[in-house]
Design a protein. Structure first.
Length: 154
């Protein structure tokens, strides 16, 4: 797993989303460049599918949802849709697992004004949905909270 370099994190707000609102329905799209190592975080009311490489599908999508217990942050990872063999999908799954801590740290760091406005959200559960057509890779996991991914880069 790489270390977050704030100089290589680029943040964009769209669809009327701002530094501190909305909470419910706030969506993040995190993409990257394999060549430069840059990370691109887009925050809005919709996922930024225009930033997604539809061939690779290696983006990290996340959204704030509210339930009867409060807020949760749901992450969606596209492991496969049968375009990969089980072996290839398993490798992609391992890459997502290895890189997800950096991705969550980038979301937390890139949207730090939001977390400053709502510090309790640092302790909301982060639920990760691994989307796969293979039963053993298609699952949901609790990854703790954003407090576990606060950047030390400041």
């Amino acid at each position: 797993m790489g270390k977050l370099d704030p100089a290589k994190l680029f943040v964009e707000y769209r669809d009327g989303a701002g530094y501190s609102s909305p909470v419910s329905g706030r969506r993040h799209t995190l993409t990257h460049s394999d060549i430069t190592g840059e990370l691109f975080l887009t925050t809005g009311h919709q996922f930024a599918y225009d930033k997604v490489d539809l061939k690779m599908r290696d983006e990290v999508l996340g959204e704030w949802l509210q339930n009867d217990r409060g807020y949760i942050y749901c992450v969606y990872l596209h492991v496969d849709e049968r375009q990969f063999t089980l072996e290839e999908a398993s490798i992609r799954n391992q890459v997502f697992i290895r890189e997800l801590p950096l991705a969550l740290e980038a979301v937390r760091y890139g949207d730090s004004n939001f977390f400053s406005s709502y510090p309790q959200l640092d302790y909301a559960p982060v639920i990760v949905h691994f989307k796969s057509s293979y039963r053993k890779l298609n699952r949901r996991e609790n990854w703790g909270s954003f407090a576990d991914f606060k950047s030390r880069a400041r």
